[in-house]
Design a protein. Structure first.
Length: 418
């Protein structure tokens, strides 16, 4: 009888406790760029891993795909319109839907990755349209325009966020004087709170969420500041100024490109902004209300290629010197470097995957911070620049180049987990 009562209580508690939604987003869990990687090849065949399928016609763009358990979402621009494409994991197109005006000026195309939560997909255009669509069929639920709805300022290279979702909120940065950063109801698009931040324009930053026992913090860059904002109230808790550009020289396009999201781990915030303070480690107080700088390094000066942290090391590319470097996460000192050219880095299975601007995909070992190239091959499909970040899911490496999405099998003889 006692056991039955315990089981009944447990079932009742489970049924009444809200289940946390699974979020599929830019650079994976925590936006860290570190993907699950069991039973992956540590050396590729001479011509690269097997290409299992490719899909042409996803429009112009640089945004990476977002992969759920059974679907693939990717954005692209066609005839100045933004389109969201949905594929199954075998590369079959399920549906496509347009959702607003897309960036069609210099470097035309989509700039960001979709965020998928439950049965909804959140996407943003370079022109500043934030839209929510149903994942099942692409039906529009709601949309907002940063410029007309919130007085936002259009950046010279277009808006480039990947929407951040927490609970009932979706966060974004119109970059206006009044509505600098906002939280919207993710089901309706209605404004929940608005933060004036530092009153600066958007800085192409994907944003991130820091979850603490006492509060959650939305973290993003404006043109010359890293901002930490209470996710519940919209209160600006702290800011970390980028000191590379004197105030009298601050204007659009000068010192305001901060396209890498921060990484948070064990009370520390890491960021890498080549157009700002470069590589920085901050200590965040336990209650999230204060920050203190621990180190900075000019050698981690990536603009938009991301960086990863594994164990006690950071890995990111250089801009002044076009190579990949490893850094001691405790001190910020350079441990090793490898001539790879500028490119985007992600990790899986204790290996690094590096897609450089020459179109080469590299497989690298990084034991104890020591970098060694194991394999490489050239991406020949697709159009225009090689800017998109790789994505790894269930032993498949997905790589976008312009109007083409490719899928490569990097498993070590294992069946995919669907």
């Amino acid at each position: 009888m006692k056991l039955s009562f315990i089981l009944f209580t447990f079932c009742l508690f489970t049924a009444c406790t809200p289940q946390k939604s699974k979020i599929y987003q830019w650079r994976g869990e925590g936006r860290k760029g570190v993907f699950d990687g069991e039973n992956l090849l540590t050396v590729w065949p001479e011509n690269g891993p097997e290409e299992v399928w490719f899909a042409e016609g996803v429009g112009n763009g640089y945004g990476s795909p977002t992969i759920t358990d059974n679907k693939i979402f990717i954005t692209g621009e066609v005839d100045s319109m933004a389109w969201l494409y949905c594929y199954d994991i075998n590369g079959n197109l399920l549906w496509k839907e347009k959702y607003g005006k897309e960036w069609s000026k210099h470097y035309p195309g989509s700039r960001s990755a979709p965020t998928v939560v439950d049965d909804l997909v959140y996407v943003e255009t370079g022109m500043g349209v934030l839209a929510c669509l149903k994942s099942e069929n692409g039906e529009m639920v709601w949309s907002k325009d940063f410029v007309t709805d919130f007085g936002g300022i259009l950046p010279i290279h277009g808006f480039s966020e990947a929407p951040v979702v927490n609970g009932e909120k979706v966060f974004c940065m119109p970059g206006g004087k009044e509505h600098n950063v906002v939280a919207l109801n993710r089901y309706t698009g209605e404004l929940i709170w608005s933060c004036k931040g530092r009153g600066e324009r958007s800085a192409y930053n994907p944003g991130n969420l820091i979850e603490l026992p006492e509060r959650n913090i939305f973290v993003t860059f404006s043109a010359y500041n890293l901002l930490g904002i209470d996710a519940e109230t919209g209160e600006l808790l702290w800011a970390h100024q980028q000191e590379n550009t004197p105030e009298e020289k601050r204007e659009p396009g000068i010192g305001d490109t901060h396209s890498n999201n921060v990484i948070f781990e064990n009370g520390h915030i890491y960021y890498a902004v080549g157009d700002g303070n470069c590589g920085v480690k901050l200590q965040l107080s336990e209650d999230g209300t204060k920050i203190s700088e621990l180190w900075r390094t000019a050698d981690l000066d990536t603009y938009m290629s991301g960086f990863v942290k594994m164990d006690n090391y950071l890995y990111g590319c250089g801009t002044r010197k076009k190579d990949l470097k490893s850094f001691d996460a405790m001190t910020g000192e350079v441990v090793d470097s490898l001539k790879t050219g500028t490119g985007a880095v992600v990790a899986a299975g204790n290996m690094l995957y590096y897609y450089n601007w020459r179109g080469e995909l590299l497989l690298l070992s990084c034991e104890n911070g020591k970098l060694q190239q194991k394999s490489s091959f050239k991406i020949s499909r697709g159009t225009k620049e090689h800017f998109s970040h790789p994505v790894i899911k269930n032993g498949i490496l997905y790589q976008r180049r312009g109007n083409t999405l490719m899928a490569f099998d990097i498993r070590n003889g294992q069946e995919p987990k669907v």
